[in-house]
Ligand binder design. Structure first.
Ligand code: SAH
Length: 354
C-alpha cells in the first residue's frame, strides 16, 4: 500500500495549523480564518480575507479534494450512490440514504481494503492507499453541495457512517482527524453523536479511541457467534479473536457511555441457525449493545448467499427472545449496487470511467 507522504492542507487540525502559522510568523487568528475556509471546502484562492502572499504560500501545500464522477439515484427509495474521483484518479464510493429523521451519508476511508473479509467486494483487489482526512471531509462537503441544489434550506447530511470502502481503524490517524474536522463548531458541525465508525474489530485501536477524543457510535462487524465461523469469514479474527474484540467494545461502551452496535450479515447455512443465535446471545450477555442484522448482499465473485428477509426476521425474533436487542436493517439502494465496493468494482471492470 502507498503511504501518505505529505499531510494535505485540508487535513490539518486547528492546533496544527496554528503551529504552522506561528512558524511562518503569522498570528493565530489567521490560522483560525484559514481553518474556517478549509472546513467549508474552499481553496486558498477563494479565501477572500487572506492576503495574496499568504494565499500563495498556502498554495504550495497539497490540497486533497474529491470530485463527483457519477451519481446514481434509486427510483425505489431515493438513495443516491456517488462515485468520487480522487486527485490521483483513484475512485471511491459514498451512499446517501434518506430517512424521515434526516439523511445518512456513508463514506469511504481507504481506496479498497486490506482486511480480506470473504463476503466483501471492497477487499477483492486489496488496499491501494489510505484517504487523507481532507478527502473524507471533501466527500461530505461534495454531497452536501450536490444535495443543496435540490433543497437549499436544510442541512443535507445529518448523519455519517464510516462504512464505505476501507477499514477506518487501519487508517487510524486520518480517521480521528476527520472526526475532529467534521464535528468542529467552525465547520459543518456534525455532532459525534450522529456519526458511526464501523470496524472489523481492530481491538487495540478501539481501545485508544476514547483517549483520542472520539466518542462516536462504534459499530463492530461481528458476523459470527464464535471464533471458528468468524475466522473462516474474516482473516482479522486470527489477529484479534472474538474475546478481545468483545472486551475492547465493552471497554469503549463503558468509557463513552455509548451503546455498541454489532453488525451481523446473515449468510445462508453459515451463521443463520437457531444455535448460532443462542451462542451469540451468550457472547453478548451483560453488554450495552444492539445487533444490526442484514441479509448478506450476494457478491458475484464470492460463493456466499444471503438469507430471505423472513429468515432474517426469524433470527431477529430469536435474539429478542434471548433478551438481546436486535433489528433487521432496512435494505437501501440494492437496485443501484448500494453494497460496499460493488459500484467501484463494476466501473473498474468496465474499464474505468472516461
Ligand atoms: N471495514 C469496516 C467498514 C466497511 S464495511 C467494517 O468492517 O466494519 C461496512 C459493513 O458492510 C461491514 O459491516 C461489512 O462487514 C459489511 N459488508 C461488507 N460486504 C457485505 C455484503 N456483501 N453484504 C452485507 N454486508 C456487507
Amino acid at each position: 500500500m502507498q503511504s501518505i507522504d505529505k499531510l494535505s492542507l485540508n487535513s490539518y487540525t486547528l492546533p496544527e495549523l496554528k503551529e504552522l502559522f506561528s512558524e511562518w510568523g503569522e498570528p493565530a487568528y489567521r490560522a483560525k480564518q484559514v481553518y474556517e475556509w478549509l472546513l467549508k471546502g474552499k481553496m486558498p484562492d477563494e479565501m477572500t480575507n487572506i492576503s495574496k502572499p499568504l494565499r500563495a504560500r498556502l498554495n504550495e501545500l497539497t490540497y486533497t479534494g474529491v470530485d463527483i464522477e457519477r451519481r446514481l439515484v434509486s427510483p425505489k427509495d431515493g438513495t443516491v450512490k456517488y462515485l468520487f474521483r480522487l486527485h490521483d484518479g483513484n475512485l471511491i464510493e459514498g451512499v446517501l440514504m434518506k430517512y424521515k429523521y434526516g439523511n445518512t451519508l456513508c463514506i469511504s476511508t481507504q481506496v479498497g481494503c486490506n482486511m480480506g473479509c470473504a463476503f466483501c467486494a471492497s477487499t477483492l483487489s486489496g488496499c491501494v492507499r489510505n484517504l487523507q482526512a481532507g478527502e473524507m471531509l471533501s466527500e461530505v462537503l461534495a454531497v452536501e453541495k450536490d444535495t443543496q441544489k435540490d433543497d437549499g434550506k436544510h442541512r443535507a447530511v445529518t448523519n455519517i457512517v464510516l462504512m464505505g470502502s476501507g477499514e477506518p481503524l487501519d487508517n487510524y490517524d486520518h480517521t480521528v482527524r476527520f472526526l475532529k474536522l467534521v464535528s468542529a463548531a467552525e465547520g459543518i458541525n456534525i455532532s459525534q453523536r450522529n456519526i458511526s465508525v464501523s470496524t472489523c474489530g481492530l481491538a487495540d485501536k478501539i481501545r485508544t479511541l476514547p483517549d483520542d477524543g472520539v466518542h462516536v457510535t462504534l459499530s463492530v462487524s461481528l458476523h459470527a457467534p464464535n471464533d471458528e465461523i468468524r475466522s473462516s469469514l474474516m482473516p482479522v479474527n486470527r489477529a484479534y479473536p472474538m474475546h478481545e474484540v468483545l472486551s475492547a467494545a465493552k471497554e469503549y461502551s463503558e468509557k463513552t457511555g455509548r451503546r455498541v452496535v454489532f453488525e451481523y450479515a446473515l449468510i445462508r447455512g453459515v451463521n443463520d441457525s437457531a444455535e448460532n443465535a443462542l451462542e451469540l446471545s451468550h457472547r453478548l450477555r451483560n453488554m450495552n449493545c444492539h445487533v444490526n442484522l442484514i441479509p448478506l448482499n450476494t457478491v458475484k465473485e464470492r460463493n456466499l448467499c444471503g438469507v430471505s428477509r423472513e429468515d432474517a426476521h426469524r433470527f431477529c425474533r430469536r435474539l429478542e427472545e434471548l433478551n438481546i436487542s436486535a433489528t433487521v436493517r432496512r435494505e437501501m439502494g440494492s437496485d443501484i449496487e448500494g453494497a460496499c465496493g460493488q459500484l467501484r468494482r463494476r466501473v473498474m471492470n468496465e474499464g474505468g470511467v472516461e
